[in-house]
Each structure stands twice: as structure tokens, then as C-alpha cells.
Design a binder for this molecule. Structure first.
Ligand code: FAD
Length: 467
């Protein structure tokens, strides 16, 4: 008998609990991916993520075909399609791995109920998290809102995380064709995504190669992780966002195969902990995707958006080198170094005083690792409204941040080549050297905002909202 295995953000064959459960129960699994933007509520996948998705699905389809099966691609309302396929294949069950975005939870619950009403077995599994959000609570029985005690609690039982399960060697053939990839996810036109693939290779096999390459140098992680000019972080985030690799697999590999020293290992696992914490918050505070998580900025006077200024920020034309480098890295590669994400977010929410949702929406559309849990918390933390929020009055100075974290200017010069000839001493604030800047092509002569006065204005607005 057939079981449909409905793939979503779990685009892998190894450590895929829904697929494993279907096989263990003696079903012939039929893998299906459904492109269903309406089911994603207010946050359907953005353009960069869809470009990644297309490649990831192509890789997965090939891996499935090499095992004798077929990945069916469909588009439209998930429930309608699952019902149709279950009818055609006379399937007895539909299995999937859980997601935690509020609109998706609602949709999945309705799907589960409807399928059960049809007499099918409908079951879901955990593929994405070390601990699901409802399995962890404070002594008072509520959700955590502060990372350190949350992580202490999760860490205490990390040994109990089940080991990853293996990929099937064979999959049964399919009698259905499904739709083509070009049909459901056409190539971007024009091909703005071309540059992405010089930096990334989507898919399960590439995710594992990336992890193994990172493990070779993981001892540099604690020292190097804040340096955007180096490649000291894992760059696993898009692979994790699409479930090409699971945190369980990473944890297991880190324990079994990695030569990492203990400090590096713990530091890296803790970052995976931040991802877990983001999911914990998203699940327990589902309105946080669009509204402040805490009331710390209640009544705050956000500035009215000036479209030209917002566009200058988006396109890396602010005249502030570390910010422009980050925004251009994002546009060119679909990712941005974590330290620089914090710097550009601080400029937008504090110096420009624009609501964090303007930044979150842009990131959502341009990141290949766009993840509703991590993006929401990243923006809320930066804006000062999140759990564990950086207090509003901690405003990043992009000049000193650039000097500290890009000490040789290599990151800025890579993404802002106009500044190639600017002496390092002035590289992070070129407007102080108008003569040298005049020789730097059409790079803005002045910063978009005066860093000092906008900082003071932001602090004054914050104070006023408190009183
Ligand atoms: P590594 O340092 O190698 O970390 C390993 C993994 O741990 C990451 O892949 C990620 O899954 C997780 N992780 C690391 N740092 C964080 C963090 N601060 N919060 C949550 N998880 C973390 N991350 C996303 O995956 N998707 C997003 O959409 C996203 N948006 C962000 C927006 C803002 C404004 C900020 C400040 C941060 C955002 N982050 C987001 C978090 C972080 O910047 C990225 O996870 C990180 O840069 C990915 O690079 P890496 O895989 O090399 O990280």
C-alpha cells in the first residue's frame, strides 16, 4: 500500500522521520512536494529562497530517481492535491514532518483533520529541531523568554536527542508524472540569481560537504565568527532553512566525527541553540512575526519612511562602507554575515528609526536562508523589542564596528570596490576625506545619515516613549 510522504522544509532523504516511518510501517512511500504559497499566510517564500528551492528540489529529485523512485512536484492548495493523489494511488496514509510557522500550523491542522475524516492515516514528525517548543517549559510551566536559562534547560538533555536515521537505499517506482520544475518554479528572469551559485550549492549532498569542510576548521570558530572578512562560520543556514540537513545530524556528526576542541564545539552548538530558541519563541508567541514581542518600544515614535533613503539602504548606497558592503553582499549572494546583519539592522531601526518590519521584509525577499523564526528574532533583537533584546540604547556605531570586525578592510573592499584606493585609516568613514573620496567613482560623498545626531535623536525618542 502507498503512503504519501509530503515534503516541505525537509528536503533530504537521510534523517527524514516521516519517510523512515512510512518505510518502517511497510508502506511504499510516494514523495511529493507541493508549492502552496497561499498556505504560508503573510510570509510566502521570497524570491531568493525560491531560487534556492528550485535547485534544492532538482537535487532531491535526482537523488530520489537514483534510488528508483520519483519526487512528484505539484502546485496549488495542499489539501486538495493530497486528497487527489491519495485517491489516484489508493494511498492509506499521509506522513509529513512538522513546521512551526503560525499560518502553516493552522493549515497543517486542518489538513490532518480533513485527511483523517477521509479515513486516511495522517501523522506528523519532528525533523527540524533538537527539542520541539512545547516540550520545554519553565518551572512555572510557561515558555522561556530569556535564552540563557532556556539553553541551560535544553542542554541538560541533549544526550537524549535521538540519533539520525539512515536514508533508504531504494524507493519504489511511481506511476504518476507530476508537474515539471520549470512549470512550478520557473527560472528567474532575468537571471539575477546567477551570482548566488558561485557561493552556494543547494541540496543534501552539498549540505554534508559544507558541514565536513567547516568541521576541518571549526577550532577557528570562536575567534573568527565575528569577522565578516574571514569565512569562519559554517554557512549552513540555507541548508538548515530548507531541511537539507538537520540539527540532529550536525550534533551527531560533531560528537562522532569531528576533531573539534571542546570550546569550539560548545560554542557552535550554542548557535544552533539560538535557532532552537527562535522556534520556541515563534511557536509560543505566534503574533511576533508582525508585532513587537515585548512592549519595550510601546508608543515609540518610528520615523515616517522616506522611500529614497530606504532604497539607499536596500541597495548598499548609504555612504557608510560596512553597511553598504553588507547590503551588497546580500544582493549578490543571498546571505550576509551575522555581525553585519546586526550592523545594518541597527542603522535601519535606530539611526533611520524605521520600523523593523521594513528590514525584515527586505531580508525575507533577498535571503536564501530566510527563516521566519530566525529572521523575526534577528530583527526584533536588533530593534530592541525581542526576547533578550539588546536594550534600545545600545546603538551600533558602524564605523567602530567596521574597524573592529573588518580590521584590514578586506570585506568592505570586496563588496565596495569603489573604495579600493581609500587608505585603511579612513576606510570606514570615507566622508572625512573628501579629496580621496572624490577619486572613488560615484560612491556617495556623504553618509545617508549623520551618525551622531541620529543616534541622539533615537535616544531622545526612546526616552520620550518611556516617560
Ligand atoms: P553559524 O555561525 O555557522 O551558525 C550555525 C547555525 O546556527 C546557523 O546556520 C543558524 O541556523 C544558527 N544561528 C547562528 N546564529 C544565529 C542567530 N543569531 N539566531 C538564530 N540562529 C542562529 N538566520 C537565519 O537562518 N535566517 C534568517 O532569516 C536570519 N535573519 C537574520 C536577521 C537579522 C537582522 C539578524 C541579526 C540575524 C539573522 N539570522 C538569520 C541569524 C544569523 O545571522 C544567521 O543564522 C547566520 O549568519 C548564518 O550563518 P552561518 O550558517 O554561517 O552561521
Amino acid at each position: 500500500e502507498t503512503a504519501l510522504v509530503w515534503l516541505r522544509r525537509d528536503l533530504r532523504l537521510a534523517d527524514n522521520p516521516a519517510l523512515r516511518a512510512a518505510l518502517d510501517a511497510g508502506f511504499a512511500p510516494q514523495l511529493v512536494y507541493i508549492d502552496d504559497p497561499e498556505g504560508e499566510g503573510g510570509w510566502p517564500l521570497g524570491a531568493a529562497s525560491r531560487a534556492w528551492l528550485r535547485r534544492s528540489l532538482a537535487e532531491l529529485a535526482e537523488a530520489v530517481a537514483s534510488r528508483g523512485g520519483r519526487l512528484l512536484l505539484e502546485q496549488g492548495d495542499s489539501l486538495t492535491i493530497l486528497r487527489g493523489l491519495a485517491g489516484e494511488l489508493e494511498a492509506g496514509a499521509v506522513y509529513w514532518n512538522r513546521r512551526y510557522e503560525p499560518a502553516v500550523i493552522e493549515r497543517d491542522q486542518a489538513v490532518k483533520q480533513a485527511l483523517r475524516g477521509d479515513g486516511l492515516e495522517a501523522r506528523s514528525f519532528n525533523a527540524a529541531l533538537l527539542r520541539e517548543p512545547w516540550t520545554i517549559s519553565t518551572q512555572q510551566g510557561g515558555p522561556y523568554k530569556v535564552f540563557t536559562p532556556y539553553w541551560r534547560r535544553v542542554q541538560a538533555d541533549l544526550d537524549e536527542v535521538s540519533p539520525p536515521c539512515a536514508a533508504p537505499r531504494e524507493l519504489p517506482p511511481s506511476k504518476l508524472e507530476g508537474r515539471s520544475l520549470d512549470d512550478i518554479l520557473p527560472l528567474p528572469s532575468p537571471r539575477w540569481d546567477r551570482g548566488f551559485w558561485e557561493h552556494h550549492r543547494p541540496g543534501e549532498a552539498a549540505a554534508h560537504s559544507r558541514m565536513e569542510a567547516f568541521f576541518e576548521d571549526i577550532d577557528d570558530y570562536p575567534e573568527g565568527r565575528d569577522r565578516p572578512d574571514l569565512t569562519a562560520t559554517s554557512r549552513l543556514s540555507p541548508h538548515l532553512a530548507f531541511g537539507e540537513i538537520s540539527p540532529r545530524q550536525i550534533l551527531h556528526a560533531l560528537r562522532e566525527d569531528s576533531p573539534a576542541n571542546e570550546e569550539a564545539r560548545q560554542h557552535f552548538i550554542r548557535e544552533l541553540g539560538w535557532r532552537e530558541f527562535s522556534y520556541h519563541l515563534l511557536f509560543h508567541f505566534p503574533e511576533c512575526t508582525d508585532a513587537d514581542l515585548t512592549s519595550s518600544l510601546k508608543g515609540f515614535d518610528w520615523a515616517e519612511v522616506d522611500e529614497d533613503s530606504l532604497e539607499a539602504w536596500r541597495r548598499g548606497r548609504t555612504g557608510i562602507p560596512i553597511v553598504d558592503a553588507g547590503m551588497r553582499e546580500l544582493w549578490a549572494t543571498g546571505t550576509m554575515h551575522n555581525r553585519v546583519r546586526m550592523i545594518v539592522a541597527s542603522l535601519l531601526t535606530k539611526n533611520l528609526r524605521y520600523h523593523w518590519l521594513h528590514g525584515a521584509r527586505w531580508f525575507w525577499n533577498t535571503l536564501v536562508d530566510a527563516d521566519l523564526a530566525n529572521n523575526t528574532q534577528g530583527w526584533q533583537w536588533s530593534a530592541g523589542t525581542g526576547a533578550d533584546a539588546a536594550p534600545y540604547f545600545r546603538i551600533f556605531n558602524p564605523v567602530s564596528q567596521g574597524e573592529r570586525h573588518d580590521p584590514d578592510g578586506a570585506y568592505v573592499k570586496r563588496w565596495v570596490p569603489e573604495l579600493q584606493a581609500m587608505p585603511l585609516r579612513h576606510l570606514q568613514q570615507p566622508w572625512t576625506q573628501p579629496d580621496a573620496l572624490a577619486r572613488c567613482g560615484d560612491y556617495p560623498a556623504e553618509p545617508l545619515v549623520d551618525l551622531k545626531s541620529t543616534r541622539e535623536a533615537a535616544l531622545a525618542a526612546y526616552k520620550a516613549s518611556r516617560s
